[in-house]
Design a protein around this ligand. Structure first.
Ligand SMILES: [Zn+2]
Length: 417
């Protein structure tokens, strides 16, 4: 069997044929070059307008990298024709395997982007002997194709979240679709200002925004304002994950300052290595952490009391009716205000301020599952960790869309991976 036969099976062109194939002798790694020729009588297509135009001349040969075969790099070699187009002037022809000034064929770009979902970009570039930039461009290409071809119909529920992508208050705003049957990242944008979120609603459009039933978010004030303005018909829910995250943050503050105080006063460092045993829920503790926790319970520590308050608050989520839940919320806040623990008092004040939006959780009647935003948030964090080496918000946005966007891909006649 000849190489051309295989190529025609995996990548067939109507108006072009594969010519000679040869080894490249002095290449740094095993490399094959395959010539491409236009079919006889095949007339070139203008890359500007997509119409058949008379040929003008030919450009120097170019190499286009294709999917490697058995560890051998494969390049197509082709001298592009220029057409004389009455509308576009003298421009290069359009070829089916590549576009613009790209060095990588379209198929190879989709191949790399496919692997970049499973491996880190660094690993992909090492595995296939290409540079990091090529992997980045491939993913970018896949994302922009996917965003251009995705469907935004039928979105009922969205969750809005922020994620820190760099030290020093550098945030991205993320918007997820959180419907039962479709969970994906809809949008990512730099910063977490009102303007940021307004950009999302502009992308979504008024018609789609009006059809939203639920919007889920944390208590970040700029988001609250924009949601009230842009999705006035939806029930706005402050979700469980964000509220509990706020409480955990408070417990962490209590623990840190209490540990410092104990140390300064010369007490035993009982709070050392206690962070996770205080933050995790009982059923998630490791054996060692459980022992640590029972040890801590002997002391009358603010950290322990804060933890107990949080555990007490878990009951809140078991209510069914907003009125009963509201009564519990008020009582809990009163207890917290009397606790004399400043960070917990602050939480209580915040909860009071957002009472109505919090009770919307019960008005949504369980349509929003509790772990969903949390799950997506964890996936986003993992993606960012794997995206080691990214320096710009744009690159992180692209990585997030690629991993979490559930973006469509074109149909190929042959699957390379
Ligand atoms: Zn043209």
């Amino acid at each position: 069997m000849q190489l051309q036969t295989i190529l025609n099976r995996v990548e067939y062109f109507k108006s072009f044929v594969y010519g000679k194939a040869r080894w490249v002798e002095d290449a740094p790694r095993p490399t094959i070059e395959v010539e491409i020729q236009p079919r006889k009588n095949g007339r070139p297509i203008c890359s500007g307008c997509g119409k058949i135009r008379p040929g003008y001349d030919r450009l120097p040969e170019r190499r286009f990298e294709f999917v490697p075969l058995w560890g051998i790099a494969v390049f197509f070699v082709y001298a592009m024709r220029r057409v004389e187009c009455p509308e576009c002037g003298k421009v290069a022809e359009k070829v089916p395997w590549c576009d613009g000034k790209n060095r990588l064929t379209i198929t190879y770009r989709w191949f790399l982007a496919g692997w970049a979902k499973r491996l880190s970009w660094q690993e992909v570039s090492c595995t296939f002997g290409t540079c990091w930039q090529s992997v980045f461009r491939s993913v970018k290409h896949a994302v922009s194709w996917g965003l251009g071809h995705r469907c935004l119909e039928g979105i009922k529920a969205i969750g809005i979240d922020e994620i820190q992508w760099q030290r020093g208050q550098k945030y991205l705003t993320l918007v997820y679709q959180i419907d039962e049957d479709c969970r994906r990242l809809l949008w990512a944008g730099k910063d977490r200002t009102a303007k940021t979120l307004l950009r999302f609603f502009r992308m979504l459009g008024k018609a789609h925004s009006d059809r939203l039933d639920f919007v889920c978010s944390d208590m970040w004030q700029p988001y609250l304002k924009v949601i009230a303005k842009k999705a006035p018909l939806a029930i706005h829910v402050l979700d469980r994950f964000h509220i509990m995250a706020k409480m955990n943050k408070a417990i962490d503050q209590v623990r840190a300052s209490e540990a410092k105080r104990l140390e300064e006063d010369g007490y035993e460092p009982v709070l050392k290595h206690s962070r996770w045993c205080l933050l995790k829920r009982e059923e998630n503790l490791t054996e060692k952490q459980a022992v640590k926790l029972s040890e801590l319970l002997q002391y009358n520590l603010q950290s322990v009391r804060s933890r107990l308050m949080r555990e007490d608050f878990q009951r809140f989520w078991e209510y069914r009716y907003p009125a009963c839940a509201g009564k519990f919320l008020d009582e809990w806040c009163t207890r917290a205000m009397r606790s004399k623990i400043e960070p917990m008092k602050k939480v209580a004040k915040t909860l009071r301020r957002h009472r109505e939006l919090i009770l919307n959780w019960f008005r949504a009647e369980g349509t929003i599952s509790s772990g969903i935003v949390e799950g997506l948030n964890n996936k986003a964090k993992l993606t960012m960790r794997k995206a080691y080496g990214f320096r710009t918000a744009k690159a992180i946005e692209i990585a997030l869309y690629h991993q979490l966007g559930d973006l469509p891909e074109p149909q190929f006649t042959h699957e390379f991976w």
